[in-house]
Design a protein around this ligand. Structure first.
Ligand code: SF4
Length: 423
């Protein structure tokens, strides 16, 4: 929902929105942050400030340790790095994280953070995304976003009503985990919050990551891949790739690369067993129909009974919840090591769907379960703060992705024209 009805992408006049002086001289308001960078990104940063090549790998490991293992927020905490280098780092970089602009806590302990990213250009007022922490017995799951908005307009999804603004960078994705761990006092060095002893790895609060927030992660493949590389590094944030799940609505060409290059767990946002219905619920199905999707799942690298694919199925009253559809679902998944998550639909303002009745959900689940599939019904979490599945949607007004591209292109060409003496 746009909080400022007088300014929308539709009403913004592009030329008037860009003062020429601003377009050609824009510089970021703050120094770039090192938090969220890959090892290669840290090495590149050290090269930028003139650290000799033979030292860079070692210095990058030191930074890595302080940022990702200790959650250091201050250069002065990095005591294994000499004072001179710390001062040079501080002169060129920050340890900034996405800014938390709002935090809501559900009665069930679920927490939702609205996070604002640093502006990426003169026309970017700081994209906002949502990130949700869901505590459960013995584990805690962080649901992260991979894009600001989404292009895919799945009709049951609240996020799908927000247009795509841009892809998040790998650092911005990792930044969500960093913010969550810091706010939960989930770094070993954070004393006191959970008793008087330092935290150890066995008592970590964030144990699992799911890419089920805003956006289609396989439309932002490189950033998601690099973010998972940082999150799963054993010397840092140290989350097992088996505890990182990437959920796709069915971007078939990127499914095999996800298994090969990333080794993450795969989840499919399925929701229908017939193409005509899935075309409506998940419009991407018109491009990659169910048969293609199932074939990609059958051949997903590393799939086995120990590494099953999760199929998400939102329960929509009188739409996809009949006994016949439950039986068709079982037939469809034959031969695929699978588990099926049945998700009671979370209504949002303006939706055309309603949640299936509880006994219908149980009946559907029984049919699937008797066919030999785990079919847990996902307990709705964070309903009171609109943090449940499909409900994520930040409420900032924004320019459309296309409008921003036009404006940023204009800025670049203005800048190039000014700096090119031959122009
Ligand atoms: S379900 Fe996922 S892919 Fe579909 S609109 Fe929502 S955020 Fe986008």
């Amino acid at each position: 929902m746009n909080q400022n009805p007088s300014f929308t992408a539709e009403t913004a006049s592009l030329p008037m929105a860009v003062p020429a002086s601003m377009a050609s001289t824009w510089v970021p308001a703050t120094l770039p942050s090192l938090v969220g960078r890959t090892r290669a990104g840290l090495i590149a940063a050290l090269a930028e400030i003139g650290v000799p090549e033979k030292e860079r790998r070692m210095r990058a490991s030191q930074l890595w340790h302080w940022i990702y293992q200790q959650g250091a927020r201050d250069w002065s905490a990095m005591t294994t790095i000499g004072k001179d280098l710390r001062m040079r780092l501080a002169a060129h970089f920050t340890l900034a994280l996405p800014e938390v602009t709002s935090e809501q806590m559900s009665t069930d302990g679920t927490r939702k953070w609205l996070m604002r990213m640093a502006p990426t250009g003169p026309h970017d007022r700081g994209a906002e995304i949502e990130c949700v922490y869901i505590p459960e017995v013995g584990r805690g799951t962080l649901c992260v976003s991979s894009q600001v908005g989404c292009t895919l307009t799945c009709t049951f999804c609240h996020t799908g009503t927000q247009r795509l603004v841009r892809n998040l960078t790998a650092a911005e994705i990792v930044g969500q985990l960093m913010v969550a761990r810091l706010r939960l006092n989930d770094f070993p060095s954070q004393l006191g919050a959970h008793g008087t002893v330092p935290r150890n790895d066995d008592s970590r609060l964030v144990t699992n990551i799911v890419f089920m927030g805003m956006g289609e992660p396989l439309y932002n493949f490189e950033s998601v891949r690099d973010a998972i590389e940082v999150m799963s590094d054993g010397d840092g944030l140290s989350l097992s790739r088996r505890r990182i799940t990437v959920s796709t609505s069915g971007v078939v060409p990127q499914i095999a690369p996800l298994g090969q290059d990333v080794s993450a767990m795969l989840a499919i946002s399925l929701h229908a067993v017939r193409n005509d219905l899935r075309d409506e619920l998940v419009p991407l199905n018109r491009k990659y129909p169910i048969e293609m999707l199932m074939q990609a799942c059958r051949t997903y690298p590393g799939v086995s009974n120990a590494r099953r694919i999760t199929f998400e199925y939102v329960m929509l009253k009188a739409v996809n919840d009949s006994d016949a559809e439950a039986r068709d679902l079982v037939r469809l998944l034959k031969g695929i090591p699978a588990k099926i998550n049945l998700i009671p639909f979370n209504p949002w303002p303006g939706t055309r769907y309603a949640c299936s009745d509880w006994d219908r959900i149980e009946h559907f689940s029984d049919i699937v379960f008797r066919a030999g599939y785990a079919s847990p019904v996902r307990t709705p979490r964070g309903r009171d703060i609109l943090a449940a599945c499909g409900q994520l949607k930040s409420e900032t007004e924004k320019l459309s992705a296309r409008a921003r591209m036009i404006l940023d292109d204009e800025t670049r060409s203005n800048g190039a024209a000014m700096s090119d003496p031959s122009a």
